[in-house]
Design a protein. Sequence first.
Length: 400
Amino acid sequence: MSSARRVLAGSVAALLLPASLLLTTETGSATDSAARATSTSVTKKAGQRVSMEVLPQIVQQGRGTASASSAKAAVTATIKPTKVGRPVALEQFDGSSWKKVDTAKQDKAGRAEFSVLVSKGGQPLTYRVTAQKFKGLKAESSGSQDTSRWLVPTFSDEFSGNSLSSTWGMRGQNYEPRSKRKCSKGDPKAVKVGGGALRLSVIKDRSAKGKCKAKSRKVTKKISYRLNGHVGTNGAFSFRYGVAAARIKMHKSQGQHASFWSQPVGENGPGSDGHEIDVIEYFGDKHPQGGLTSFIHWYKGKRLIKTGSWIKDSKSFLKNKRDGWSKNYHVFSVQWTPRVIIFRIDGKETWRTSARVSKEQQYLILSLLASDYEALEMSDKKLPQHMYVDWVRVWETPAS
């Protein structure tokens, strides 16, 4: 049996709503320095500001499944003023002195990003960063920070065995025209656990008679009815504030979208203090806009607002030219605090927003959905399609 391991008392987060319900788009700040996580270590001196944040084990690119415990922790350094190309050293305290363990260069966002060990011999490690002397600026170090808060996740599921744990339940098991899924629905037949991973699929519904008439804005087409892999932790696990991460290898073809997302426990609706958070969505290889998106969906009165966008230059988050979203696993994560939501791929920030931050318990969702508007783009002959989830983890950080 697969085991979803709950190490601390707590609950999981999930955030998302059907794209078909989106009415309005607003853009959140991508550089909201006021919405900084409380765990950041900061040094201000001589006109410079050097800050550092240690994050949990959210870095693990690779072809096959791997233990979540072997993933690397992420460290982000932010230096002001921004000097693109400035060398930044990551240093680890060995008990008596600081030892340089890695170097990186400041990017145009003012950041330098690293991946590090989270522990040694089961003990937390302490890090700091030093911005090197550069173009008239003196070398300056951040404060130090250790990894102790990330040693034990609140929730962890590595999908061992050959079946889902009871933490996960099936979602959307009816054809839903109002959600633009007249031609597809969730079904256990599209969910499989094996080889250390959860496989979510889009497959033909062989029990359905005839064809389904799928519509987009410009096209109407008859296609086979389809079954979706669509699972969530509602009623079993939820959380408020922290870092949620999933290691995923995406599907290949356009015609469906893979998602790691969450919803508030009371669901997303007018007057709710919670909202849908789409940690990542993938719309297939060779998509003209790169295929990856991150959004939040929230209500302004009775109007549903969509905040987010396609991830720009998504290929820059791949390891090399041979890497790909459907070729290898990558860790997609969200950091959720009372003031900001930050999205990352393998520890590297893609986007952040403080436009509207959920204050409700959230539950997790994993899905591969063939919405009508995209399903008609893919021939029935290309079914089945699969996404693979190696592990899911949550590190809860209560607001206090």
